[in-house]
Design a protein around this ligand. Structure first.
Ligand code: ADP
Ligand code: MG
Length: 343
């Protein structure tokens, strides 16, 4: 398989701030790859190093097996869609989209044809003469995409491209982006702090934390086999028992995490009859919070002074069910559903 990108031991500091530490990453041609992490974890800096807008203090960037560390951005086979779109406000849609072709000295009907084609792809044929200020957020987002795609880049870098859109539109654009990637067969490197977005769109994900990569894996493995408590905690809802609590409560020798959908709730001892106790961790919990979330309740239990557990209870058939704070329940989960964590 051809490598679209290889980062080898990339380091980048801003004064005393270490924005990237020893980043090693290989992305295959055609992958939808996400850089996921909280704000300030180094995602944008990493994207800038790939694009060539920042040079690393140390390390090497290769694009399609060619070392490009010292090659300027416009000579790399990548294009970037920025977080704020960075459209030219005084130019209309066609001028914005055609700008980089003009810079490349393309002229006349070839430029017009390329603009027509790409506006068709992003569904903006009727908006060519409008200025960015005369468009909705979603339309501006499409112009930014068209402007990047018109160059037929081999790698498209996207920095939180849907961050400014409301939830409904974001979900719609997520599907459109996936379709565009399939259609153009290009490598997408996608920055987001939204774990749901990364899980639903990506072939693989790199989880960033304080300038380091904590884990690189498929969405399913990132979700179900987090390598450490940072990843477990950052991805979805999860409850973490530290080593001390794991040992004290369950005689388990390692810290572990457990997902809310794996937790069984019993209101009385009687309901436990038939449960193969050897296969389960069973404990008592006191309800500290109970939220209605549409199809299910999200219940938070206090186990002891140090441990809390979140559980989902499906509301199938009983939409009005809820639990009072301070109710005492027995909660249990299969030993095979926990993920042991390295701490
Ligand atoms: P993210 O995109 O994950 O939010 P960034 O890559 O933008 O994170 O930033 C990583 C760290 O580097 C942060 O601590 C940020 O404040 C710092 N940083 C980024 N750009 C600069 C800069 N131009 N000058 C100084 N510090 C910067
Ligand atoms: Mg950023």
């Amino acid at each position: 398989m051809l490598n679209a990108l290889k980062l080898s031991d990339i380091n980048k500091s801003y004064g005393l701030i270490k924005a990237l530490s020893n980043i090693n990453l290989t992305i295959e041609d055609g992958e939808f790859f996400s850089l996921l992490g909280p704000s300030g974890s180094g995602k944008t800096t990493c994207l800038k190093v790939i694009a060539g807008f920042e040079s690393p203090d140390k390390g090497e960037v290769s694009i399609f097996d060619q070392i490009v560390t010292n090659i300027p951005p416009f000579k790399r086979q990548v294009n970037t869609v920025f977080q704020d779109y960075a459209l030219f406000p005084h130019m209309n849609v066609r001028q914005n989209v055609g700008y980089s072709l003009k810079v490349k000295k393309l002229k006349g009907s070839a430029v017009e044809k390329a603009i027509d084609e790409i506006l068709e792809v992003v569904n903006l044929n009727d908006y060519g003469l409008r200025k960015p200020s005369e468009l909705s957020g979603g339309q501006r987002q499409r112009v930014a995409l068209a402007r990047a795609l018109v160059n037929k880049p081999k790698i498209l870098l996207l920095d939180e491209p849907l961050g400014a859109l409301d939830l409904k539109l974001r979900e719609k654009m997520q599907i459109e982006l996936k379709n565009l990637q399939r259609q153009f067969k290009i490598t997408f490197i996608y920055v987001t702090h939204d774990q749901q977005e990364a899980l639903s769109m990506s072939d693989r994900i790199a989880v960033f934390n304080e300038g380091k990569i904590e884990q690189v894996d498929t969405p399913a493995n990132i979700y179900s086999k987090p390598l450490n408590s940072f990843v477990a905690d950052f991805i979805g809802t999860t409850s973490i028992f530290n080593k001390e609590s794991a040992l004290k409560l369950f005689s388990h020798k390692k810290a572990f995490s457990i997902r809310p959908e794996n937790i069984l709730i019993f209101e009385t001892e009687k309901q436990l009859v038939g449960l193969k106790k050897d296969d389960y961790f069973v404990t008592n919990g006191i309800v500290t919070d109970c939220q209605f979330q549409g199809s299910h309740l999200r219940i938070t239990y206090s186990i002891d002074a140090k441990s809390k557990v979140s559980a989902f209870k499906s509301l199938e058939g009983n939409i009005n069910q809820k639990y009072d704070v301070n109710s005492k329940h027995i909660i249990a989960w299969k030993k095979s559903d926990i993920t042991s964590l390295n701490e």
